[in-house]
Design a protein around this ligand. Structure first.
Ligand code: AMP
Length: 400
């Protein structure tokens, strides 16, 4: 991987310098309060480091999808209070992310202060990567730092365009994220296993296609395993399956074989006739014994034990998507059991484990082991695009 600059490459004294920092302030709200402040906490190391060096820290971010409209319910002004409480610093709102009004607000800031610029998506040019908007933002600062991996798959003015106009650096969260991803798939210790689960093959075809050329073991679970089982001639009953994609599944089997990647599919499964918590019809059976009126809702315990043995022999694990319908008991059992095995191997020092994607984080939190993985990425789309082997424009722009 080519190199990018980090905060270590900035001058030690930034007194009075204006540093534009692209962060991800797109937090879920519950009325006027922040429902989950994970993203705010993730950017604190970068923001505080810059503030401590005397910079005027100018935060750039989108917030919701205003599509070029100024909407009070999507104003970043709402984040001033939560960020003040979290950072313990002076945080103020700057009424635009470019232009004279922004300039006026920034003029009153002191070294070490934090300014939250108004929602970048109040300008249509943000999502269009409009060069004039990028120039307007760049004119406000001396340096640009990108600390928002979760937005790096989008080539927008504040994530991509601006990086070509100012000396650009990766923030601490971005740096940690890129290091973890490099360890997991860029240059991993072998053998490498990938767990890919979730609802549908269609949303992860590109991921699976890329992984078979990269990993030694590909563990397929969740609803998407049903399509692969169907391609193998298994009758999956009423299970969620994309029967029109069995040809694509066959192609992935072929590519895996050519690349020497072993695909693991469940050979026992947990099935039920109705998809409700603890249904009376729940039972575990061999994949060849699923009745026409049953749904496969989780990987079975024998398969989980075998998967655990497979990852015990691996040095690296990358995980996206649950093995079963984990929100509904007892269909969380396989995800929880395999996550606990991976966490224990990580804690023993024999496995590097990197997981990512919204549902995956929820599943690992449910299993109570998110903190025991080597790295858990909260990025959704960016993590998946990275698993597809794609270059993320916001990261590429830092490499220049
Ligand atoms: P994704 O967003 O593609 O990662 O899919 C996650 C969703 O897949 C979760 O909400 C799970 O409940 C669901 N899921 C996992 N396994 C199954 C299954 N066997 N049948 C139906 N849904 C499943």
């Amino acid at each position: 991987m080519s190199k990018f600059k980090t905060l270590d490459d900035l001058p030690a004294d930034l007194t009075g310098k204006r540093v534009l920092v692209r962060v991800d302030l797109n937090v879920p709200m519950d009325g006027a309060s922040v429902a989950d402040d994970t993203r705010l906490r993730a950017m604190l190391p970068t923001v505080l480091e810059l503030a401590d060096k005397g910079a005027l820290v100018l935060l750039l971010s989108h917030f919701g999808r205003p599509k070029g409209q100024s909407r009070p319910d999507m104003s970043t002004a709402q984040l001033v209070r939560p960020l003040t409480l979290l950072s313990g610093r002076s945080v103020r709102f700057i009424e635009d992310c470019q232009g004279p009004e922004a300039e006026r607000g920034i003029m009153t800031m002191l070294p070490g202060n934090i300014g939250i610029l108004e929602n970048t998506r109040f300008h249509l040019g943000e999502e269009l990567n409009d060069p004039d908007l990028a120039k307007g933002m760049a004119a406000l600062g001396d340096y640009y730092v990108n600390d928002a991996f979760s937005s790096a798959h989008r080539a927008h003015a504040s994530t991509e365009g601006i990086a070509h106009l100012l000396p650009s650096f990766a923030g601490r969260a971005m740096e940690a994220e890129l290091a973890a991803l490099e360890t997991a798939l860029g240059n991993p210790e072998r053998p490498v296993a990938a767990v890919v689960g979730g609802a549908k093959v269609s949303s992860k075809l590109a991921v699976l296609g890329h992984l078979v050329s990269k990993v030694d073991h590909l563990i397929i679970g969740g609803g998407m395993a049903n399509t692969f089982l169907a391609a193998r001639g298994v009758n999956v009953g009423k299970s969620l399956a994309e029967h029109h994609l069995v040809g694509e599944a066959d192609a992935i089997f072929d590519r895996a074989e050519a690349a020497g990647c072993i695909i693991h599919l469940p050979y026992d499964v947990v099935v039920a006739k109705e998809f409700v918590p603890n249904p009376p019809s729940v039972r575990t059976c061999n994949v060849h014994e699923v009745a026409p009126d049953e749904m496969i809702l989780d990987v079975g315990p024998a398969a989980v034990e075998a998967l655990g043995d497979a990852i015990k022999n691996c040095r690296t694990l990358v995980w996206n998507g649950p093995l079963g319908a984990f929100e509904t008991p007892p269909f969380d059992a396989a995800t929880v059991a395999l996550a606990k095995i991976a966490a224990a191997l990580t804690q023993d020092g024999s496995l590097v484990s990197v997981a990512g994607g919204g549902d995956t984080v929820a599943a690992l939190n449910h299993a109570g082991v998110a903190a025991d993985f080597s790295f858990v990425s909260t990025a959704g789309g960016a993590f998946l695009e990275w698993m597809e082997g794609r270059t993320l424009p916001g990261v590429a722009a830092l490499m220049n």
